[in-house]
Design a protein around this ligand. Sequence first.
Ligand code: NAP
Ligand code: MG
Length: 403
Amino acid sequence: MAKIKVKTPIVEMDGDEMTRIIWQMIKDKFIHPYLDVELKYYDLGVKSRDDSDDKITLESAKAIEELGVGVKCATITPDDDRVKEYDLKKQWRSPNGQIRSYLGGTVFRKPIMVKNIKPAVRNWKQPIIVGRHAYGDLYKNVEMVIGRPGIAELVFTPADGNGETRSTIHEFESSGVIMGVHNTDKSITDFATSCINYALSEKIDLWFAVKDTISKKYHTRFKNIFGALVADRMTEFEKAGIKYNYFLIDDAVAQIMKHEGNVLWAMRNYDGDVFSDMIAAGFGSLGMMTSVLVSPKGQFEYEAAHGTVKRHYYRHLKGEATSTNSVASIFAWTGAIKKRGELDGTPDVVKFGENLEKAVIDCIESGIVTKDLIPLMDKKPETHQTTEQFLDKVEKKLKELMK
Ligand code: NAP
Ligand code: MG
């Protein structure tokens, strides 16, 4: 069979541990046999980052900037233990964090749904996609422990030195604690723009929620920027047949439980940190959660939402059989392939991505699953598949579909 030609190269970022093992199998079974594609390969495995003094991470981000679409394997973000384990020169920064700060933009997490796994919340029939603002607020805070009586103030000193402003935070009579947080109009605007673009391209409603009744300046700023950007693009929303809904955050949390899904929930940084994990757990396994970074300029980086599945890797090294879910990693590839085909105007490439997704879903829906999914299923299959067995069965299905 002739291979399908992919016009523009795809940026490939390799990774670590169990996901690195799976990554190679995905390429051998599903990519190279079917696609005539140039992969711009960057090894972001922790040893290769260490050897290059982490220059390779930035190089891969630049390649995505140039080519538009990348696919990334999960990588280790080193802590003290990892520095010892891999004999690293230092605690290199998170590759994801670095790529995100280079390209800008927002990470959208989307669960893969199958008929035989019901979400924990009965009403959820379609994916709920979460977009988390990844700048500022609690994550760039300044804190102070107060140990004696005194006044804490918020002071702004203009660069030109004129018109300093102050407000009292609290007059302390004894010990306590204070915190200063910030955000910028630019970051909020970029975030809202990425969310609007994603909602329009996927044709799904957009939700945004803050606590503006209490925070009349800080939270209200978010609400106003979001609202104004949406208002500017109302004709596009109407054309796509989608709505923008603003809520109070507590109302949004209650409404999402009653909602049937197929919605993008844009969240402020802290809300996103907390509720994205709640939504992910509600849909089931981390092995079924995909993630895409969308930059404001329209570059896309696809990956699985989970990490390198360290515990399974250690078992693999001991020669024990593993049952690691490869679905999110496969869908990272199909996400990149479909997007590449869409941008290149090559429907056969898009179709191949869809076929690979169908092969995966068909397997799961016929009871061919890895161990992590069994507790989530009403009708449990008699056995689970090992990591390799699952991939072999998807390969067989794909062969049938590609005939
Ligand atoms: P993890 O890789 O997400 O795995 C945590 C646990 O979740 C696993 O031990 C496993 O539970 C379950 N799990 C996650 N993905 C699974 C899958 N595909 N199939 C089956 N079970 C799955 O987190 P971690 O092991 O705590 O972190 C390992 C490394 O990943 C860390 O060095 C961290 O820096 C890195 N990390 C990278 C990324 C990224 O690159 N995007 C994201 C997060 C973490 P059981 O053991 O109970 O089966
Ligand atoms: Mg979290």
